[in-house]
Design a protein around this ligand. Structure first.
Ligand code: NAG
Ligand code: NAG
Ligand code: NAG
Ligand code: NAG
Ligand code: NAG
Ligand code: NAG
Ligand code: NAG
Ligand code: NAG
Ligand code: NAG
Length: 150
């Protein structure tokens, strides 16, 4: 009885953690910095700081003063000729910022754009330690623990 209870608690704890409420995104704001991004948790203040950063480069950033709905973004500009990244931004944005719909101040530079937004932890770079890895690890540990207790 107790073993079963402990087993369930451990299982729920490990499986539930990656789906916790606050979203965590990779974070960087330059092509060199994005070679090793840091991370940030989505909140009104982090998304607001990123909004201010984007305002420096884009002319149509909507004025949002907080949101309950955030996304992780990877917004990259590059030279189509040689794929040299000219601007790279990863971070947490308000859903309402529409980060992939922003227009650069200077269209003269001829930059091409790649942009994505997504809504799971660390989903904005292609592959770091994904939440499914955590889930597998967590389940494995729960099984081991259950065996040790039985
Ligand atoms: C881009 O435009 C915004 C708003 O028009 C302005 O605040 C910002 O300074 C401009 N940035 C550059 C680099 O010209
Ligand atoms: C954003 O909302 C907060 C709290 O309601 C308020 O204090 C602040 O002045 C607002 N900022 C802007 C730019 O509207
Ligand atoms: C963030 O802003 C939204 C909309 O203004 C507000 O409803 C929410 O309570 C704010 N969250 C925090 C933690 O301040
Ligand atoms: C946030 O917005 C996205 C895109 O519109 C939507 O799919 C998602 O359900 C929303 N999440 C919440 C918590 O409102
Ligand atoms: C890539 O192409 C752009 C535009 O043709 C050029 O300005 C830039 O110097 C090139 N960068 C490299 C590293 O070759
Ligand atoms: C998120 O943004 C999309 C696109 O602008 C919009 O359709 C949707 O209603 C937004 N969701 C929320 C919860 O604000
Ligand atoms: C982005 O801009 C295009 C063209 O201006 C528009 O059709 C589209 O609805 C916009 N998307 C969002 C999410 O606002
Ligand atoms: C962008 O515009 C600003 C001011 O309008 C100017 O100083 C800067 O040289 C422009 N950059 C490019 C790449 O055209
Ligand atoms: C962001 O997206 C660009 C274009 O898809 C990609 O080349 C770059 O590696 C991404 N950045 C990170 C840190 O994954």
């Amino acid at each position: 009885m107790w073993k079963n209870l402990i087993f369930c608690v451990v299982l729920v704890a490990f499986v539930a953690v990656p789906f916790a409420d606050s979203l965590t995104c990779s974070k960087c704001n330059s092509p060199s910095g994005c070679k090793s991004p840091s991370s940030e948790t989505c909140s009104n203040s982090t998304a607001n700081a990123n909004k201010n950063f984007l305002e420096g480069y884009h002319s149509n950033v909507p004025t949002v003063n907080g949101s309950l709905n955030f996304s992780c973004a990877n917004l990259t500009y590059y030279h189509a000729a040689n794929y040299t990244h000219t601007f790279e931004f990863l971070g947490c944005v308000f859903n309402e910022t529409n980060v992939c719909n922003l227009s650069l101040n200077n269209t003269s530079s001829g930059w091409s754009k790649k942009c994505l937004t997504c809504g799971t932890d660390y989903c904005n770079p292609a592959g770091t330690f994904s939440s499914s890895v955590y889930t597998i690890l967590g389940s494995a540990m729960a099984v081991i623990l259950a065996k040790a207790l039985s």
